[in-house]
Design a protein. Structure first.
Length: 475
């Protein structure tokens, strides 16, 4: 059994099998499901470690993060295979994700050496003002299943770089990637208690964390869980950062390059089986290009190779588990019941292995008030909404409770730059898929998609450090 890491010790728990969604007869391993008490113990361990770690030399933090980056990069093929086996994204996507995690650790190894402040003049003569950043303390990190190593990386790396200690709870569906990452950090020299891993269910381990003695929580996951964490954090006057769902629009205008628009939408809506918070599940298309676009996208979907994540040539892996597949199927049925037309896909596919395979679905004739255009499905289902012109497209794009990403395909500079300014999303793309972002730039959304400071890049410091202003009378 693979164990939890608490205070530098591997601690056993209830053994839970980890199942491959491409082949349910493949058991990846058994992982220790922890308890609420484990979460409390891990917080205590992180608090004890914080006393020393907060004053650790930047070079020590740099060395641990660098070493972690190097091992992740060296083992990206092996860890990519493990990730693809437990989550179901294709081998290529999974290997790239491990490489991304390595780059993130590398970036934050550098950030650990760039912990600067400001010194300025006071309004009072002879007084100097120094503004410095200090660690926040013990940070709880709660992550979803869809990016099992990249999302933990973009929380753990900045937390440590800025001198915080962490308690990390991964999603129950993906313990293997989480365990591998923490094992690497442990062997890279992270002192006992600086990084604690508690695997297990949200309702026990997660709940114990959010009710525990943490100084901050960074969460990525569904809007419902995010709202719970916000409420608990408000009660405790505790800082929290929430990255939640999306219902991201991709606008396609009459003047778009059709081939490019199809590629952009195919990738944005369906790659990683549509299981990305940044997926473009609303395709808002102006009437002059609508029919040609729908025909070309339908053809492209028909040509997609859906199958076992590790098989050569697979472009779309399985849905993550039976529960998610049932939910996707229910949305497909609801789309039809509300009058949308199922152009292609949505059905369960049989393959050589017992997995959760579903053909990507494209709905046309949708209106923006239909359930499939309002709610995040988190699967390979996209809704085409036909609009008259750019102005209507912009209005429909912004008419959503979410605001994570948005995109536009056009050759018109005026519309591209107008959309960039007026889109109510945290991230905007022009002639690029809504999913697939850089690691050194801020990541986050607006409205119901995000709460608190941005993640990633240098902006991560806004969450993982606390500002101190000092006045020094040098006279
Ligand atoms: P989820 O909310 O069910 O679970 C996320 C994490 O929260 C898991 O570790 C889970 O165990 C934990 N959790 C569940 N209940 C909890 C509780 N009561 N207390 C504490 N922790 C609890 O989400 P999921 O199904 O794992 O992930 C899918 C969701 O994640 C989608 O909505 C997707 O959009 C979102 N997501 C957002 C981003 C982003 O950056 N905005 C990125 C990836 C995924």
């Amino acid at each position: 059994m693979r164990s939890n890491l608490i205070a530098g010790e591997w601690v056993n728990g209830t053994a839970v099998p980890n199942i491959n969604p491409s082949d349910t007869s493949d058991v990846i391993g058994e992982f220790a499901s922890g308890t609420a008490q484990d979460a409390t113990d891990a917080i205590a361990a992180a608090r004890a470690a914080f006393d020393t770690w907060q004053f650790s030399a930047p070079l020590e933090r740099h060395a641990i993060l660098s070493k972690t980056a190097a091992e992740l990069m060296a083992r990206r093929d092996e860890l990519g295979e493990l990730l693809a086996r437990e989550e179901g994204k294709t081998r290529a996507e999974a290997t790239a994700e491990v490489g991304r995690a390595a780059q993130i650790f590398d970036f934050f190894a550098g950030e650990a050496l760039r912990l600067t402040g400001e010194v300025g003049a006071s309004t009072r003569p002879g007084v100097e003002v120094a503004v410095t950043r200090e660690p926040v303390g013990v940070v709880g990190l709660i992550t979803p299943w869809n990016f099992p190593i990249a999302i933990p990386a973009w929380k753990i790396a900045p937390a440590l770089a800025h001198g915080n200690t962490v308690v990390f709870k991964p999603a129950s569906l993906v313990p293997a990637s989480a365990h591998a990452l923490v094992d690497i950090l442990h062997r890279a020299g992270a002192p006992a208690g600086t990084v604690n891993l508690v695997m297990g269910p949200g309702r026990s381990v997660g709940q114990s964390l959010i009710e525990g003695d943490l100084d901050a929580i960074s969460f990525t996951g569904s809007t419902g869980t995010g709202a719970l964490i916000a409420a608990e954090s408000a009660k405790r006057m505790r800082r929290c950062q929430l990255e939640m769902g999306g219902k991201n629009p991709m606008v396609v205008l009459d003047d778009a390059d059709l081939d490019m628009a199809v590629r952009v939408c195919l990738d944005g809506a369906y790659f990683s089986t549509g299981q990305r918070c940044t997926a473009s599940s609303r395709l808002i298309v102006t009437e002059g290009i609508h029919d040609r676009f729908v025909a070309a996208l339908g053809e492209a979907i028909a040509g997609l190779n859906v199958g076992h994540a590790l098989h050569e040539g697979t472009q779309i892996g399985p849905v993550v588990d039976q529960g998610q597949l049932d939910s996707n199927l229910a949305y497909v049925a609801q789309g039809e019941a509300e009058g949308a037309m199922r152009q292609i896909g949505g059905e369960v596919l049989n393959r050589d292995t017992a997995g959760f395979f579903q053909r990507p679905a494209l709905f046309t004739g949708c209106t923006n008030d239909m359930t499939i255009a309002r709610e995040e499905i988190f699967g390979p289902v996209a809704a085409v909404i036909r609009v008259r012109d750019y102005d209507e497209a912009l209005h429909v794009a912004n008419d959503t409770p979410f605001g994570l990403t948005s995109g536009i395909c056009t050759r018109n500079l005026k519309h591209a730059s107008d959309f960039r300014r007026k889109s109510q999303a945290g991230m905007v793309t022009v002639n690029l898929p809504t999913a697939g972002v850089d690691f050194h730039t801020p990541f986050g959304g607006r409205k119901g998609s995000s709460f608190g400071p941005r993640e990633q890049g240098a902006y991560a410091r806004e969450f993982y450090s606390s500002i101190k202003t000092a006045y020094i009378n040098a006279g």
